[in-house]
Ligand binder design. Structure first.
Ligand code: COA
Length: 193
């Protein structure tokens, strides 16, 4: 059985995160984003961006990486909420991104990464959090709903890679709901540390 682990990202993880980010975009957004944009992702540029994110403590930012048998297979990032539509609604944390390679999905890693993000956000004083999700991404929406999020009534558009994709916000009023998803809740994965 594979062994899964999570840990905070280090600068040396930036390239691997960029590669997972690109692979997961291609798996997730084929048919939604222009094929040329997905094919033309500049990995060096994305690696630089991930280095900046990992090294920056701005806005309480944190990045976690998931490993399968020592190989990076996913990541998640959070920070303090800055969105002008969500701050007034009382959401003080933001789930900024979460991506797993398709082959490791649905084994509890997403739930565990979200728990780590929630714990981090609570450590920096956040009580709640929101996340943007594509309106036409039913699997991701089911995931957030399964973790206790509800729609907050705010919609937007994700302008990315030459596409205008409608999205909407989900929120957790109490992050303890998410942080409570500890390793004990991970049924299918082997122990995560
Ligand atoms: C969305 C994502 C992060 C979820 O992580 P995961 O490890 O696959 O999900 P988990 O195994 O932790 O699932 C937890 C619960 O969420 C729900 N869920 C997860 N994936 C689901 C799916 N494809 N369809 C329906 N429900 C789903 C289930 O209730 C699941 O519990 P169960 O397996 O006991 O039924 C992951 O699938 C992923 O990276 N997808 C592609 C990228 C993406 O869409 N990211 C989100 C961008 S906003």
């Amino acid at each position: 059985m594979a062994e899964y682990r999570l840990r905070p990202a280090a600068l040396a993880d930036a390239r691997a995160i960029a590669e997972i980010n690109a692979a997961a975009w291609r798996e997730t957004y084929a048919g939604l984003m222009p094929a040329e944009a997905l094919a033309g992702i500049d990995l060096d540029d994305w690696t630089r961006r991930w280095r900046d994110r990992i090294s920056s403590g701005d806005s309480g930012q944190a990045v976690f990486v998931a490993f399968e048998d020592g190989v990076p297979v996913g990541f998640a990032r959070c920070n303090r909420q800055t969105n002008p539509k969500l701050v007034p609604l009382g959401f003080d944390g933001e789930i900024a991104s979460i991506y797993l390679l398709r082959r490791v999905q649905r084994q509890g890693l997403g739930r565990s990464l979200m728990a780590r993000l929630a714990e981090h956000l609570m450590c920096i004083g956040c009580a709640s959090a929101a996340v943007w999700v594509l309106r036409d991404a039913p699997k991701a929406r089911r995931f957030y709903e399964a973790l206790g999020a509800t729609r907050v009534g705010v919609e937007g558009v994700w302008e990315v890679a030459g596409a205008m994709l409608p999205d909407l916000a989900y929120g957790w009023r109490d992050l303890r709901v998410l942080a409570g998803a500890t390793v004990d809740d991970v049924r299918k994965a082997s122990p995560i540390r």
